[in-house]
Write a protein that binds this ligand. Structure first.
Ligand code: HEC
Length: 130
Protein backbone atom coordinates (compact mmCIF):
# COMPACT_ATOMS: atom_id res chain seq x y z
CA UNK A 1 0.00 0.00 0.00
CA UNK A 2 2.65 2.47 1.07
CA UNK A 3 4.81 1.28 -1.82
CA UNK A 4 2.06 2.33 -4.24
CA UNK A 5 1.93 5.83 -2.68
CA UNK A 6 5.70 6.19 -3.10
CA UNK A 7 5.42 5.07 -6.73
CA UNK A 8 2.78 7.67 -7.38
CA UNK A 9 4.92 10.38 -5.81
CA UNK A 10 7.82 9.39 -8.01
CA UNK A 11 5.60 9.45 -11.07
CA UNK A 12 4.18 12.83 -10.10
CA UNK A 13 7.68 14.13 -9.51
CA UNK A 14 8.67 13.02 -12.99
CA UNK A 15 5.58 14.59 -14.51
CA UNK A 16 6.41 17.82 -12.70
CA UNK A 17 9.91 17.90 -14.14
CA UNK A 18 8.60 17.05 -17.56
CA UNK A 19 6.17 19.99 -17.39
CA UNK A 20 8.95 22.34 -16.30
CA UNK A 21 10.97 21.19 -19.32
CA UNK A 22 8.06 21.86 -21.65
CA UNK A 23 7.62 25.36 -20.21
CA UNK A 24 11.32 26.09 -20.77
CA UNK A 25 11.01 24.85 -24.35
CA UNK A 26 7.96 27.08 -24.88
CA UNK A 27 9.87 30.09 -23.57
CA UNK A 28 12.79 29.23 -25.87
CA UNK A 29 10.44 28.89 -28.88
CA UNK A 30 8.77 32.21 -28.00
CA UNK A 31 12.18 33.88 -27.78
CA UNK A 32 13.27 32.50 -31.15
CA UNK A 33 9.96 33.56 -32.72
CA UNK A 34 10.35 37.06 -31.28
CA UNK A 35 13.90 37.32 -32.59
CA UNK A 36 12.73 36.20 -36.04
CA UNK A 37 10.00 38.84 -35.99
CA UNK A 38 12.51 41.50 -35.04
CA UNK A 39 14.80 40.27 -37.85
CA UNK A 40 11.92 40.48 -40.35
CA UNK A 41 11.10 44.01 -39.25
CA UNK A 42 14.72 44.81 -40.11
CA UNK A 43 14.03 43.76 -43.71
CA UNK A 44 11.55 46.57 -44.16
CA UNK A 45 11.84 49.31 -41.59
CA UNK A 46 8.48 49.67 -39.86
CA UNK A 47 8.28 53.39 -39.44
CA UNK A 48 4.88 54.96 -39.33
CA UNK A 49 4.59 56.88 -42.56
CA UNK A 50 1.55 59.09 -43.08
CA UNK A 51 2.35 60.33 -46.57
CA UNK A 52 1.06 57.80 -49.18
CA UNK A 53 3.85 58.85 -51.57
CA UNK A 54 6.44 57.77 -49.00
CA UNK A 55 4.59 54.48 -48.44
CA UNK A 56 4.79 53.87 -52.19
CA UNK A 57 8.45 54.91 -52.10
CA UNK A 58 9.13 52.32 -49.42
CA UNK A 59 7.55 49.56 -51.55
CA UNK A 60 9.52 50.63 -54.60
CA UNK A 61 12.68 50.76 -52.52
CA UNK A 62 12.28 47.27 -51.11
CA UNK A 63 11.53 45.82 -54.56
CA UNK A 64 14.22 47.66 -56.56
CA UNK A 65 16.94 49.09 -54.35
CA UNK A 66 17.23 47.15 -51.08
CA UNK A 67 19.17 44.30 -52.72
CA UNK A 68 22.12 46.63 -53.30
CA UNK A 69 21.66 49.45 -50.82
CA UNK A 70 20.48 47.37 -47.86
CA UNK A 71 17.01 46.99 -46.35
CA UNK A 72 17.42 50.09 -44.24
CA UNK A 73 19.65 51.94 -46.70
CA UNK A 74 22.78 51.06 -44.76
CA UNK A 75 24.64 50.03 -47.90
CA UNK A 76 25.82 46.77 -49.44
CA UNK A 77 26.82 46.55 -53.09
CA UNK A 78 25.66 50.15 -53.42
CA UNK A 79 26.69 52.79 -50.93
CA UNK A 80 24.73 53.74 -47.83
CA UNK A 81 21.76 56.02 -48.49
CA UNK A 82 20.55 56.35 -44.92
CA UNK A 83 21.30 58.84 -42.20
CA UNK A 84 20.98 61.87 -44.45
CA UNK A 85 23.83 60.77 -46.78
CA UNK A 86 21.80 61.46 -49.92
CA UNK A 87 20.62 64.87 -48.76
CA UNK A 88 24.24 65.76 -48.09
CA UNK A 89 25.45 64.49 -51.48
CA UNK A 90 22.44 65.83 -53.40
CA UNK A 91 21.27 69.06 -51.79
CA UNK A 92 19.00 69.50 -54.82
CA UNK A 93 16.54 66.59 -55.04
CA UNK A 94 16.49 66.98 -58.86
CA UNK A 95 20.12 65.79 -59.05
CA UNK A 96 19.30 62.65 -57.09
CA UNK A 97 16.25 61.98 -59.28
CA UNK A 98 18.53 62.32 -62.34
CA UNK A 99 21.02 59.84 -60.91
CA UNK A 100 18.34 57.23 -60.17
CA UNK A 101 16.80 57.74 -63.62
CA UNK A 102 20.12 57.56 -65.52
CA UNK A 103 22.15 55.19 -63.30
CA UNK A 104 25.86 55.47 -62.63
CA UNK A 105 28.56 52.79 -62.94
CA UNK A 106 27.00 49.51 -61.77
CA UNK A 107 23.95 51.36 -60.47
CA UNK A 108 21.20 50.57 -63.00
CA UNK A 109 19.15 53.28 -64.74
CA UNK A 110 15.51 53.31 -63.71
CA UNK A 111 14.14 55.61 -66.39
CA UNK A 112 12.58 52.67 -68.27
CA UNK A 113 11.63 50.64 -65.20
CA UNK A 114 9.87 53.22 -63.04
CA UNK A 115 7.65 56.16 -63.86
CA UNK A 116 8.78 59.69 -63.02
CA UNK A 117 6.38 59.73 -60.08
CA UNK A 118 7.74 56.39 -58.82
CA UNK A 119 11.34 57.61 -59.03
CA UNK A 120 10.40 60.74 -57.13
CA UNK A 121 8.57 58.65 -54.51
CA UNK A 122 11.55 56.36 -53.91
CA UNK A 123 13.99 59.28 -53.87
CA UNK A 124 11.84 61.08 -51.31
CA UNK A 125 11.73 57.87 -49.26
CA UNK A 126 15.56 57.72 -49.18
CA UNK A 127 15.77 61.38 -48.22
CA UNK A 128 12.94 61.62 -45.70
CA UNK A 129 12.68 58.18 -44.12
CA UNK A 130 15.95 56.24 -44.37
C1 HEC B 1 22.68 46.55 -58.77
C2 HEC B 1 22.87 47.30 -57.56
C3 HEC B 1 22.08 48.57 -57.34
C4 HEC B 1 20.71 48.74 -57.38
C5 HEC B 1 19.64 47.68 -57.64
C6 HEC B 1 20.48 50.12 -57.04
N1 HEC B 1 21.67 50.76 -56.84
FE1 HEC B 1 21.91 52.71 -56.33
N2 HEC B 1 23.92 52.53 -56.48
C7 HEC B 1 24.58 51.35 -56.74
C8 HEC B 1 26.02 51.62 -56.84
C9 HEC B 1 27.11 50.61 -57.10
C10 HEC B 1 26.16 53.02 -56.60
C11 HEC B 1 27.45 53.84 -56.66
C12 HEC B 1 27.60 54.33 -58.06
C13 HEC B 1 28.90 55.11 -58.29
O1 HEC B 1 29.10 56.09 -57.57
O2 HEC B 1 29.64 54.72 -59.19
C14 HEC B 1 24.83 53.54 -56.37
C15 HEC B 1 24.55 54.87 -56.09
C16 HEC B 1 23.32 55.35 -55.75
C17 HEC B 1 23.05 56.69 -55.32
C18 HEC B 1 24.07 57.77 -55.12
C19 HEC B 1 24.53 57.72 -53.67
C20 HEC B 1 25.50 58.82 -53.34
O3 HEC B 1 25.53 59.17 -52.14
O4 HEC B 1 26.22 59.28 -54.21
C21 HEC B 1 21.72 56.79 -55.10
C22 HEC B 1 20.95 58.01 -54.62
C23 HEC B 1 21.14 55.50 -55.40
N3 HEC B 1 22.14 54.64 -55.80
C24 HEC B 1 19.81 55.21 -55.30
C25 HEC B 1 19.23 54.00 -55.72
C26 HEC B 1 17.82 53.77 -55.77
C27 HEC B 1 16.76 54.76 -55.33
C28 HEC B 1 17.65 52.52 -56.23
C29 HEC B 1 16.35 51.80 -56.54
C30 HEC B 1 15.39 52.49 -57.39
C31 HEC B 1 18.97 51.96 -56.48
N4 HEC B 1 19.91 52.90 -56.16
C32 HEC B 1 19.22 50.68 -56.95
C33 HEC B 1 24.02 50.12 -56.92
C34 HEC B 1 22.68 49.85 -57.04
Amino acid sequence: MSATVTDRRVRNGRTGRHRAGTAAARIAITLVATLLMVACVGVSPEVTIDDPVLVEGRDIYSRNCASCHGASGNGGVGRALSGGAVVENYPDIADQIDLVASGKGTMPAYVDRLSGAEIEAVVRYTREVL
